[in-house]
Design a protein around this ligand. Structure first.
Ligand code: ADP
Ligand code: F6P
Length: 481
Protein backbone atom coordinates (compact mmCIF):
# COMPACT_ATOMS: atom_id res chain seq x y z
CA UNK A 1 0.00 0.00 0.00
CA UNK A 2 1.45 3.40 -0.84
CA UNK A 3 1.05 7.01 -0.41
CA UNK A 4 -1.88 9.06 -1.80
CA UNK A 5 -3.96 10.92 0.77
CA UNK A 6 -6.58 12.08 -1.75
CA UNK A 7 -7.83 9.70 -4.44
CA UNK A 8 -10.56 10.32 -6.98
CA UNK A 9 -11.95 7.29 -8.78
CA UNK A 10 -14.07 7.73 -11.89
CA UNK A 11 -14.86 5.49 -14.82
CA UNK A 12 -12.77 7.71 -17.08
CA UNK A 13 -9.41 9.38 -16.63
CA UNK A 14 -9.46 13.06 -17.68
CA UNK A 15 -7.58 12.00 -20.82
CA UNK A 16 -8.20 9.29 -23.42
CA UNK A 17 -5.40 7.32 -25.03
CA UNK A 18 -5.68 7.56 -28.82
CA UNK A 19 -3.60 5.97 -31.57
CA UNK A 20 -2.99 7.83 -34.84
CA UNK A 21 -2.88 6.05 -38.22
CA UNK A 22 0.93 5.95 -38.05
CA UNK A 23 0.69 4.09 -34.71
CA UNK A 24 1.78 6.98 -32.48
CA UNK A 25 -0.09 7.23 -29.20
CA UNK A 26 -1.44 10.50 -27.84
CA UNK A 27 -3.52 11.51 -24.79
CA UNK A 28 -6.44 13.82 -25.56
CA UNK A 29 -9.04 15.38 -23.24
CA UNK A 30 -11.89 12.96 -22.58
CA UNK A 31 -15.54 14.00 -23.00
CA UNK A 32 -18.15 15.04 -20.46
CA UNK A 33 -19.03 17.26 -17.56
CA UNK A 34 -17.43 15.09 -14.88
CA UNK A 35 -13.97 15.64 -16.36
CA UNK A 36 -14.61 19.38 -16.81
CA UNK A 37 -15.57 19.71 -13.15
CA UNK A 38 -12.98 17.46 -11.52
CA UNK A 39 -9.90 18.55 -13.44
CA UNK A 40 -9.43 21.84 -11.52
CA UNK A 41 -10.31 20.12 -8.22
CA UNK A 42 -7.59 17.50 -8.68
CA UNK A 43 -5.01 20.10 -9.69
CA UNK A 44 -5.77 22.06 -6.54
CA UNK A 45 -5.45 18.98 -4.30
CA UNK A 46 -2.54 17.32 -6.15
CA UNK A 47 -4.39 14.04 -5.81
CA UNK A 48 -4.39 10.72 -7.60
CA UNK A 49 -7.05 9.97 -10.27
CA UNK A 50 -7.92 6.32 -10.82
CA UNK A 51 -9.80 5.64 -14.07
CA UNK A 52 -10.03 3.92 -17.42
CA UNK A 53 -7.86 5.33 -20.26
CA UNK A 54 -10.82 5.43 -22.67
CA UNK A 55 -9.82 2.58 -24.96
CA UNK A 56 -10.31 -1.18 -24.51
CA UNK A 57 -7.40 -3.55 -23.90
CA UNK A 58 -4.85 -0.79 -23.17
CA UNK A 59 -2.70 -0.98 -20.05
CA UNK A 60 -0.67 2.24 -19.86
CA UNK A 61 1.61 2.87 -16.88
CA UNK A 62 0.63 5.46 -14.25
CA UNK A 63 1.98 8.95 -14.98
CA UNK A 64 1.84 12.50 -13.66
CA UNK A 65 0.19 15.35 -15.57
CA UNK A 66 1.86 18.76 -15.96
CA UNK A 67 -0.43 19.89 -13.10
CA UNK A 68 1.11 17.28 -10.79
CA UNK A 69 -1.92 14.95 -10.73
CA UNK A 70 -1.07 11.23 -10.66
CA UNK A 71 -3.15 9.34 -13.24
CA UNK A 72 -3.54 5.67 -12.40
CA UNK A 73 -5.09 3.76 -15.34
CA UNK A 74 -7.45 0.80 -14.87
CA UNK A 75 -7.62 -1.51 -17.91
CA UNK A 76 -10.90 -2.65 -19.38
CA UNK A 77 -10.99 -5.53 -21.85
CA UNK A 78 -13.17 -5.43 -24.97
CA UNK A 79 -15.60 -7.66 -23.12
CA UNK A 80 -15.70 -5.24 -20.14
CA UNK A 81 -16.23 -2.39 -22.59
CA UNK A 82 -19.19 -4.16 -24.11
CA UNK A 83 -20.89 -5.52 -21.00
CA UNK A 84 -19.85 -3.09 -18.22
CA UNK A 85 -19.56 0.23 -20.12
CA UNK A 86 -21.89 -0.01 -23.11
CA UNK A 87 -24.15 -2.55 -21.45
CA UNK A 88 -24.89 -2.13 -17.74
CA UNK A 89 -23.65 1.46 -17.37
CA UNK A 90 -25.08 2.96 -20.54
CA UNK A 91 -27.93 0.71 -21.66
CA UNK A 92 -29.28 -0.22 -18.19
CA UNK A 93 -28.46 2.47 -15.61
CA UNK A 94 -28.28 5.48 -17.95
CA UNK A 95 -31.83 5.12 -19.36
CA UNK A 96 -33.25 4.03 -15.97
CA UNK A 97 -31.77 7.03 -14.17
CA UNK A 98 -32.92 9.38 -16.97
CA UNK A 99 -36.55 8.41 -16.38
CA UNK A 100 -36.83 5.78 -19.14
CA UNK A 101 -36.41 8.11 -22.14
CA UNK A 102 -35.54 4.80 -23.78
CA UNK A 103 -36.24 1.39 -22.30
CA UNK A 104 -33.42 -0.05 -20.14
CA UNK A 105 -32.15 -3.55 -20.85
CA UNK A 106 -31.79 -5.78 -17.80
CA UNK A 107 -29.12 -8.39 -18.55
CA UNK A 108 -27.68 -10.74 -15.93
CA UNK A 109 -24.46 -11.06 -17.88
CA UNK A 110 -24.00 -7.26 -17.93
CA UNK A 111 -24.66 -7.11 -14.18
CA UNK A 112 -21.94 -9.72 -13.61
CA UNK A 113 -19.51 -7.56 -15.61
CA UNK A 114 -20.55 -4.45 -13.62
CA UNK A 115 -19.78 -6.25 -10.35
CA UNK A 116 -16.43 -7.54 -11.61
CA UNK A 117 -15.29 -4.20 -12.96
CA UNK A 118 -16.39 -2.33 -9.81
CA UNK A 119 -14.36 -4.82 -7.81
CA UNK A 120 -11.33 -4.21 -10.00
CA UNK A 121 -11.59 -0.43 -9.55
CA UNK A 122 -11.76 -0.92 -5.77
CA UNK A 123 -8.64 -3.11 -5.86
CA UNK A 124 -6.77 -0.36 -7.74
CA UNK A 125 -7.87 2.25 -5.21
CA UNK A 126 -6.66 -0.03 -2.42
CA UNK A 127 -3.25 -0.12 -4.13
CA UNK A 128 -2.81 3.65 -4.34
CA UNK A 129 -4.61 4.99 -1.24
CA UNK A 130 -2.51 5.79 1.85
CA UNK A 131 -3.71 4.65 5.26
CA UNK A 132 -6.59 6.93 6.32
CA UNK A 133 -6.85 8.51 2.85
CA UNK A 134 -9.93 10.30 1.53
CA UNK A 135 -11.39 8.53 -1.51
CA UNK A 136 -13.98 10.24 -3.66
CA UNK A 137 -15.90 7.80 -5.91
CA UNK A 138 -17.67 9.28 -8.94
CA UNK A 139 -20.85 8.45 -10.77
CA UNK A 140 -23.21 5.68 -11.76
CA UNK A 141 -20.59 3.41 -13.32
CA UNK A 142 -19.01 2.80 -9.89
CA UNK A 143 -21.88 2.55 -7.41
CA UNK A 144 -20.60 -0.69 -5.87
CA UNK A 145 -17.12 0.69 -5.19
CA UNK A 146 -17.95 2.40 -1.84
CA UNK A 147 -19.34 -0.85 -0.40
CA UNK A 148 -16.45 -2.98 -1.65
CA UNK A 149 -13.86 -0.49 -0.39
CA UNK A 150 -15.55 -0.26 3.00
CA UNK A 151 -14.99 -4.01 3.42
CA UNK A 152 -11.42 -3.91 2.12
CA UNK A 153 -10.25 -0.73 3.80
CA UNK A 154 -12.19 0.38 6.87
CA UNK A 155 -9.48 3.04 7.46
CA UNK A 156 -10.60 5.12 4.44
CA UNK A 157 -13.00 8.05 4.39
CA UNK A 158 -15.22 7.45 1.38
CA UNK A 159 -17.38 9.93 -0.52
CA UNK A 160 -19.66 9.17 -3.45
CA UNK A 161 -21.07 11.67 -5.95
CA UNK A 162 -23.71 10.91 -8.58
CA UNK A 163 -23.33 13.09 -11.69
CA UNK A 164 -26.64 12.07 -13.23
CA UNK A 165 -30.20 12.24 -11.84
CA UNK A 166 -31.38 9.70 -9.26
CA UNK A 167 -34.81 8.42 -10.31
CA UNK A 168 -37.96 8.18 -8.23
CA UNK A 169 -38.17 5.01 -6.08
CA UNK A 170 -40.96 3.70 -8.32
CA UNK A 171 -38.63 3.62 -11.31
CA UNK A 172 -35.56 2.47 -9.37
CA UNK A 173 -37.51 -0.54 -8.13
CA UNK A 174 -37.46 -1.97 -11.67
CA UNK A 175 -33.76 -2.73 -11.28
CA UNK A 176 -33.31 -6.43 -10.53
CA UNK A 177 -30.10 -5.65 -8.56
CA UNK A 178 -31.48 -2.68 -6.61
CA UNK A 179 -30.49 -4.06 -3.21
CA UNK A 180 -26.85 -4.47 -4.15
CA UNK A 181 -26.69 -0.97 -5.62
CA UNK A 182 -28.14 0.66 -2.50
CA UNK A 183 -25.81 -1.35 -0.26
CA UNK A 184 -22.88 -0.36 -2.46
CA UNK A 185 -23.74 3.33 -2.15
CA UNK A 186 -24.22 3.10 1.60
CA UNK A 187 -20.57 2.00 1.91
CA UNK A 188 -19.79 5.73 1.59
CA UNK A 189 -19.64 8.22 4.47
CA UNK A 190 -21.31 10.90 2.36
CA UNK A 191 -23.45 10.51 -0.77
CA UNK A 192 -23.88 13.62 -2.92
CA UNK A 193 -26.41 14.44 -5.63
CA UNK A 194 -26.78 17.51 -7.85
CA UNK A 195 -30.28 18.43 -6.77
CA UNK A 196 -32.30 18.24 -3.61
CA UNK A 197 -34.94 16.39 -5.66
CA UNK A 198 -32.42 13.61 -6.46
CA UNK A 199 -31.34 13.33 -2.82
CA UNK A 200 -35.02 13.25 -1.82
CA UNK A 201 -35.63 10.37 -4.25
CA UNK A 202 -32.79 8.42 -2.68
CA UNK A 203 -33.94 9.14 0.88
CA UNK A 204 -37.51 8.23 -0.01
CA UNK A 205 -36.26 4.94 -1.40
CA UNK A 206 -34.36 4.13 1.76
CA UNK A 207 -37.18 5.43 3.96
CA UNK A 208 -39.69 3.17 2.22
CA UNK A 209 -37.42 0.28 3.10
CA UNK A 210 -37.41 1.12 6.79
CA UNK A 211 -41.20 1.21 6.70
CA UNK A 212 -41.63 4.90 7.45
CA UNK A 213 -43.61 5.47 4.25
CA UNK A 214 -44.98 1.96 4.17
CA UNK A 215 -43.54 1.18 0.73
CA UNK A 216 -42.00 -2.07 -0.36
CA UNK A 217 -38.81 -2.27 -2.34
CA UNK A 218 -37.58 -5.74 -1.58
CA UNK A 219 -34.58 -4.22 0.18
CA UNK A 220 -33.60 -5.42 3.66
CA UNK A 221 -35.46 -3.38 6.28
CA UNK A 222 -32.61 -2.41 8.55
CA UNK A 223 -31.97 1.18 7.47
CA UNK A 224 -33.04 4.23 9.39
CA UNK A 225 -33.37 7.71 7.93
CA UNK A 226 -33.24 10.93 9.93
CA UNK A 227 -33.62 14.48 8.61
CA UNK A 228 -34.38 15.87 5.16
CA UNK A 229 -32.29 16.45 2.09
CA UNK A 230 -30.75 19.89 1.90
CA UNK A 231 -28.33 21.74 -0.34
CA UNK A 232 -24.56 21.85 0.41
CA UNK A 233 -25.02 20.87 4.03
CA UNK A 234 -25.81 17.49 5.46
CA UNK A 235 -29.05 17.39 7.37
CA UNK A 236 -30.14 13.87 6.37
CA UNK A 237 -28.48 10.72 7.65
CA UNK A 238 -29.08 7.10 6.80
CA UNK A 239 -27.99 4.46 9.28
CA UNK A 240 -26.61 1.61 7.23
CA UNK A 241 -27.13 -2.06 8.12
CA UNK A 242 -23.67 -2.14 9.78
CA UNK A 243 -24.66 0.77 12.03
CA UNK A 244 -22.68 3.56 10.31
CA UNK A 245 -24.18 6.97 9.70
CA UNK A 246 -24.17 8.03 6.03
CA UNK A 247 -24.73 11.70 5.19
CA UNK A 248 -26.91 12.56 2.18
CA UNK A 249 -27.19 16.01 0.60
CA UNK A 250 -27.28 17.93 -2.70
CA UNK A 251 -24.20 19.73 -4.05
CA UNK A 252 -24.97 21.44 -7.39
CA UNK A 253 -21.90 21.01 -9.59
CA UNK A 254 -20.51 23.95 -11.52
CA UNK A 255 -17.67 25.17 -13.69
CA UNK A 256 -14.34 26.87 -13.18
CA UNK A 257 -15.03 30.39 -14.54
CA UNK A 258 -11.31 31.22 -14.59
CA UNK A 259 -10.97 28.58 -17.29
CA UNK A 260 -13.28 30.58 -19.55
CA UNK A 261 -12.47 34.25 -19.24
CA UNK A 262 -9.93 34.70 -22.05
CA UNK A 263 -12.07 34.95 -25.19
CA UNK A 264 -10.20 35.70 -28.40
CA UNK A 265 -12.25 38.61 -29.76
CA UNK A 266 -10.76 38.39 -33.27
CA UNK A 267 -11.70 34.71 -33.43
CA UNK A 268 -15.27 35.50 -32.32
CA UNK A 269 -15.57 38.26 -34.92
CA UNK A 270 -14.33 35.90 -37.64
CA UNK A 271 -16.84 33.24 -36.62
CA UNK A 272 -19.66 35.78 -36.76
CA UNK A 273 -18.54 36.90 -40.17
CA UNK A 274 -18.39 33.33 -41.45
CA UNK A 275 -21.79 32.45 -40.03
CA UNK A 276 -23.58 35.61 -41.08
CA UNK A 277 -22.92 38.79 -39.11
CA UNK A 278 -26.49 40.07 -39.47
CA UNK A 279 -28.32 36.89 -38.51
CA UNK A 280 -29.33 35.74 -35.05
CA UNK A 281 -26.92 32.96 -34.15
CA UNK A 282 -28.47 30.06 -32.22
CA UNK A 283 -26.17 27.42 -30.74
CA UNK A 284 -26.50 23.88 -29.38
CA UNK A 285 -23.52 22.07 -27.78
CA UNK A 286 -24.01 18.55 -26.46
CA UNK A 287 -22.64 15.04 -26.39
CA UNK A 288 -24.66 13.28 -29.07
CA UNK A 289 -26.99 11.63 -26.56
CA UNK A 290 -30.74 10.98 -26.80
CA UNK A 291 -31.23 12.62 -23.40
CA UNK A 292 -30.10 15.99 -24.78
CA UNK A 293 -33.12 16.61 -27.06
CA UNK A 294 -31.04 17.65 -30.09
CA UNK A 295 -33.49 16.25 -32.63
CA UNK A 296 -36.45 17.89 -30.93
CA UNK A 297 -34.80 21.32 -30.93
CA UNK A 298 -34.07 20.93 -34.65
CA UNK A 299 -37.70 19.96 -35.20
CA UNK A 300 -38.78 23.07 -33.27
CA UNK A 301 -36.54 25.21 -35.48
CA UNK A 302 -37.93 23.58 -38.59
CA UNK A 303 -41.52 24.31 -37.54
CA UNK A 304 -40.63 27.92 -36.73
CA UNK A 305 -39.12 28.32 -40.19
CA UNK A 306 -42.09 26.62 -41.81
CA UNK A 307 -44.59 28.75 -39.82
CA UNK A 308 -42.74 31.92 -40.81
CA UNK A 309 -42.12 32.78 -37.14
CA UNK A 310 -38.40 32.83 -38.03
CA UNK A 311 -37.11 33.74 -41.48
CA UNK A 312 -34.31 31.55 -42.88
CA UNK A 313 -32.27 34.60 -43.86
CA UNK A 314 -32.47 35.94 -40.28
CA UNK A 315 -31.23 32.93 -38.32
CA UNK A 316 -28.26 30.57 -38.29
CA UNK A 317 -28.26 27.50 -36.08
CA UNK A 318 -24.97 25.82 -35.14
CA UNK A 319 -25.20 22.39 -33.57
CA UNK A 320 -21.95 21.01 -32.16
CA UNK A 321 -22.41 17.36 -31.21
CA UNK A 322 -19.58 15.47 -29.54
CA UNK A 323 -19.38 11.83 -30.64
CA UNK A 324 -20.50 9.64 -27.73
CA UNK A 325 -21.12 5.92 -27.04
CA UNK A 326 -21.21 5.35 -30.76
CA UNK A 327 -21.81 1.60 -30.88
CA UNK A 328 -24.97 1.66 -28.74
CA UNK A 329 -28.08 1.28 -30.87
CA UNK A 330 -30.07 4.21 -29.44
CA UNK A 331 -27.09 6.52 -29.94
CA UNK A 332 -26.77 5.38 -33.56
CA UNK A 333 -30.48 5.97 -34.12
CA UNK A 334 -30.29 9.42 -32.53
CA UNK A 335 -27.34 10.36 -34.72
CA UNK A 336 -29.10 9.21 -37.90
CA UNK A 337 -32.26 11.13 -36.99
CA UNK A 338 -30.30 14.30 -36.13
CA UNK A 339 -28.29 14.15 -39.35
CA UNK A 340 -31.42 13.51 -41.39
CA UNK A 341 -33.10 16.54 -39.78
CA UNK A 342 -30.08 18.76 -40.51
CA UNK A 343 -30.16 17.69 -44.16
CA UNK A 344 -33.90 18.11 -44.40
CA UNK A 345 -33.94 21.59 -42.85
CA UNK A 346 -31.13 22.80 -45.09
CA UNK A 347 -32.81 21.17 -48.09
CA UNK A 348 -35.99 23.09 -47.33
CA UNK A 349 -34.69 26.46 -46.19
CA UNK A 350 -31.05 27.03 -47.22
CA UNK A 351 -29.85 29.00 -50.21
CA UNK A 352 -26.68 28.18 -52.11
CA UNK A 353 -23.68 28.73 -49.82
CA UNK A 354 -25.91 29.73 -46.87
CA UNK A 355 -27.06 26.76 -44.81
CA UNK A 356 -29.50 27.50 -42.00
CA UNK A 357 -28.06 24.71 -39.84
CA UNK A 358 -24.33 24.08 -39.45
CA UNK A 359 -23.60 20.71 -37.88
CA UNK A 360 -20.26 19.63 -36.42
CA UNK A 361 -19.99 16.05 -35.17
CA UNK A 362 -16.68 16.71 -33.45
CA UNK A 363 -14.99 17.38 -30.18
CA UNK A 364 -13.46 20.87 -30.23
CA UNK A 365 -10.58 22.45 -28.33
CA UNK A 366 -11.90 24.50 -25.39
CA UNK A 367 -10.90 27.94 -26.83
CA UNK A 368 -12.76 27.11 -30.04
CA UNK A 369 -15.85 26.06 -28.12
CA UNK A 370 -15.66 29.22 -26.07
CA UNK A 371 -15.51 31.33 -29.22
CA UNK A 372 -18.80 29.73 -30.29
CA UNK A 373 -20.34 30.49 -26.88
CA UNK A 374 -19.20 34.11 -27.13
CA UNK A 375 -20.47 34.44 -30.70
CA UNK A 376 -23.90 32.93 -30.05
CA UNK A 377 -26.92 35.17 -29.53
CA UNK A 378 -29.10 32.36 -28.19
CA UNK A 379 -27.87 29.18 -26.52
CA UNK A 380 -30.42 26.38 -26.90
CA UNK A 381 -30.18 23.72 -24.16
CA UNK A 382 -33.16 21.36 -24.31
CA UNK A 383 -32.45 18.03 -22.58
CA UNK A 384 -35.34 15.76 -21.63
CA UNK A 385 -33.43 15.04 -18.46
CA UNK A 386 -29.96 16.10 -17.35
CA UNK A 387 -28.14 15.86 -14.02
CA UNK A 388 -26.91 19.45 -14.28
CA UNK A 389 -25.73 20.52 -17.79
CA UNK A 390 -22.44 22.39 -17.57
CA UNK A 391 -22.78 23.69 -21.14
CA UNK A 392 -25.54 26.00 -19.89
CA UNK A 393 -23.27 27.33 -17.14
CA UNK A 394 -20.33 27.72 -19.54
CA UNK A 395 -22.43 29.83 -21.91
CA UNK A 396 -23.65 32.05 -19.08
CA UNK A 397 -20.10 32.46 -17.74
CA UNK A 398 -19.00 33.71 -21.17
CA UNK A 399 -21.68 36.44 -21.21
CA UNK A 400 -20.85 38.57 -18.17
CA UNK A 401 -21.54 41.68 -20.25
CA UNK A 402 -25.23 40.76 -20.38
CA UNK A 403 -25.15 39.85 -24.07
CA UNK A 404 -27.00 36.78 -25.33
CA UNK A 405 -29.95 34.76 -24.09
CA UNK A 406 -30.54 31.16 -23.16
CA UNK A 407 -33.35 28.71 -23.84
CA UNK A 408 -33.18 26.08 -21.11
CA UNK A 409 -35.15 22.92 -20.46
CA UNK A 410 -36.88 22.82 -17.11
CA UNK A 411 -35.63 19.20 -16.90
CA UNK A 412 -31.97 20.21 -16.83
CA UNK A 413 -30.55 20.31 -13.30
CA UNK A 414 -29.17 23.76 -14.15
CA UNK A 415 -32.72 25.15 -14.40
CA UNK A 416 -32.96 25.14 -10.59
CA UNK A 417 -30.26 27.83 -10.45
CA UNK A 418 -30.64 29.47 -13.88
CA UNK A 419 -34.33 30.26 -13.72
CA UNK A 420 -33.79 33.57 -15.51
CA UNK A 421 -33.35 31.63 -18.73
CA UNK A 422 -36.20 31.19 -21.21
CA UNK A 423 -37.42 27.95 -19.68
CA UNK A 424 -39.23 25.35 -21.74
CA UNK A 425 -40.67 21.86 -21.61
CA UNK A 426 -38.85 19.96 -24.39
CA UNK A 427 -41.58 17.30 -24.49
CA UNK A 428 -43.95 20.05 -25.62
CA UNK A 429 -43.07 21.31 -29.10
CA UNK A 430 -45.09 24.50 -28.61
CA UNK A 431 -43.22 25.28 -25.40
CA UNK A 432 -39.81 24.78 -27.08
CA UNK A 433 -40.85 26.92 -30.07
CA UNK A 434 -42.21 29.65 -27.85
CA UNK A 435 -39.04 29.82 -25.74
CA UNK A 436 -36.84 30.09 -28.85
CA UNK A 437 -39.00 32.89 -30.28
CA UNK A 438 -39.13 34.69 -26.93
CA UNK A 439 -35.34 34.58 -26.66
CA UNK A 440 -34.80 35.80 -30.23
CA UNK A 441 -37.39 38.56 -29.83
CA UNK A 442 -36.28 39.43 -26.30
CA UNK A 443 -32.82 40.32 -27.62
CA UNK A 444 -34.35 42.71 -30.16
CA UNK A 445 -37.40 44.12 -28.43
CA UNK A 446 -36.46 44.23 -24.74
CA UNK A 447 -32.64 44.20 -24.72
CA UNK A 448 -32.37 45.72 -21.22
CA UNK A 449 -34.58 43.04 -19.68
CA UNK A 450 -32.73 40.26 -21.52
CA UNK A 451 -29.37 41.67 -20.43
CA UNK A 452 -30.59 41.90 -16.84
CA UNK A 453 -31.58 38.23 -16.93
CA UNK A 454 -28.21 37.22 -18.33
CA UNK A 455 -26.32 39.27 -15.73
CA UNK A 456 -28.32 37.69 -12.90
CA UNK A 457 -27.47 34.20 -14.21
CA UNK A 458 -23.83 35.20 -14.65
CA UNK A 459 -23.60 36.35 -11.04
CA UNK A 460 -25.12 33.05 -9.90
CA UNK A 461 -22.60 30.95 -11.87
CA UNK A 462 -19.58 33.01 -10.85
CA UNK A 463 -20.51 32.88 -7.18
CA UNK A 464 -21.40 29.17 -7.17
CA UNK A 465 -18.40 27.80 -8.98
CA UNK A 466 -16.83 24.34 -9.05
CA UNK A 467 -14.57 25.25 -6.17
CA UNK A 468 -17.60 25.84 -3.95
CA UNK A 469 -19.05 22.51 -5.11
CA UNK A 470 -15.89 20.55 -4.27
CA UNK A 471 -15.24 22.39 -1.01
CA UNK A 472 -18.80 21.88 0.22
CA UNK A 473 -18.67 18.16 -0.53
CA UNK A 474 -15.19 17.65 0.92
CA UNK A 475 -16.09 19.69 4.03
CA UNK A 476 -19.06 17.37 4.59
CA UNK A 477 -16.76 14.41 4.18
CA UNK A 478 -14.27 15.82 6.67
CA UNK A 479 -17.01 16.35 9.24
CA UNK A 480 -18.15 12.76 8.66
CA UNK A 481 -14.72 11.36 9.66
P1 ADP B 1 -22.43 15.67 -20.06
O1 ADP B 1 -21.64 15.49 -18.81
O2 ADP B 1 -23.70 14.88 -20.08
O3 ADP B 1 -21.63 15.43 -21.32
P2 ADP B 1 -22.42 18.59 -19.56
O4 ADP B 1 -23.12 19.67 -20.30
O5 ADP B 1 -22.58 18.63 -18.09
O6 ADP B 1 -22.92 17.20 -20.17
O7 ADP B 1 -20.87 18.64 -19.84
C1 ADP B 1 -20.35 18.58 -21.13
C2 ADP B 1 -18.92 19.10 -21.12
O8 ADP B 1 -18.31 18.68 -22.34
C3 ADP B 1 -18.83 20.60 -21.05
O9 ADP B 1 -17.76 20.99 -20.22
C4 ADP B 1 -18.56 21.04 -22.50
O10 ADP B 1 -17.75 22.17 -22.62
C5 ADP B 1 -17.85 19.82 -23.05
N1 ADP B 1 -18.19 19.64 -24.47
C6 ADP B 1 -19.40 19.40 -24.98
N2 ADP B 1 -19.34 19.30 -26.32
C7 ADP B 1 -18.06 19.48 -26.65
C8 ADP B 1 -17.34 19.50 -27.89
N3 ADP B 1 -17.94 19.27 -29.06
N4 ADP B 1 -16.02 19.70 -27.84
C9 ADP B 1 -15.39 19.91 -26.66
N5 ADP B 1 -16.01 19.90 -25.47
C10 ADP B 1 -17.32 19.69 -25.46
O1 F6P C 1 -22.31 13.20 -16.90
C1 F6P C 1 -22.50 11.86 -17.08
C2 F6P C 1 -21.33 11.18 -17.78
O2 F6P C 1 -21.44 9.83 -17.94
C3 F6P C 1 -20.05 11.38 -17.05
O3 F6P C 1 -19.74 10.34 -16.20
C4 F6P C 1 -19.10 11.55 -18.18
O4 F6P C 1 -18.33 12.66 -17.92
C5 F6P C 1 -19.93 11.90 -19.41
O5 F6P C 1 -21.23 11.64 -19.10
C6 F6P C 1 -19.39 11.25 -20.65
O6 F6P C 1 -19.78 9.92 -20.79
P1 F6P C 1 -18.83 8.75 -21.27
O7 F6P C 1 -17.77 8.62 -20.23
O8 F6P C 1 -19.71 7.57 -21.40
O9 F6P C 1 -18.24 9.20 -22.58
Amino acid sequence: MSGNDFVVVANRLPVDLTTADDGTEKWIASPGGLVTALTPVLSAHQGCWVGWPGVADAAPEPFRTDDGVLLHPVSLTSDDFERFYEGFSNATLWPLYHDLIVTPTYSRSWWQAYRDVNHRFAVEVDRVAAHGATVWVQDYQLQLVPGILRQMRPDLTIGFFLHIPFPSPDLFRQLPWREEIVRGLLGADVIGFHLKANADNFLQLVRSVSGVSGGHTGLPDSFEVTGHASVREITAHVTSSDGRSVGVAAYPISIDPTDLVEVDKAHVAKLREQLGADTTLLLGVDRLDYTKGILQRLNALEELLADGALAPEDVTFVQIATPSRERIEHYQRTRSAVEEAVGRINGRFATLGHPVVHYLHQSLPKPELQAYYAAADVMVVTPFKDGMNLVAKEYVATHGDGSGAMVLSEFAGAAAELNQAYLCNPFDMESAKQAIVQAVQGLKRTPEVTAERMRAMHAQVIEHDVDLWAQAFLDSLKKAQ
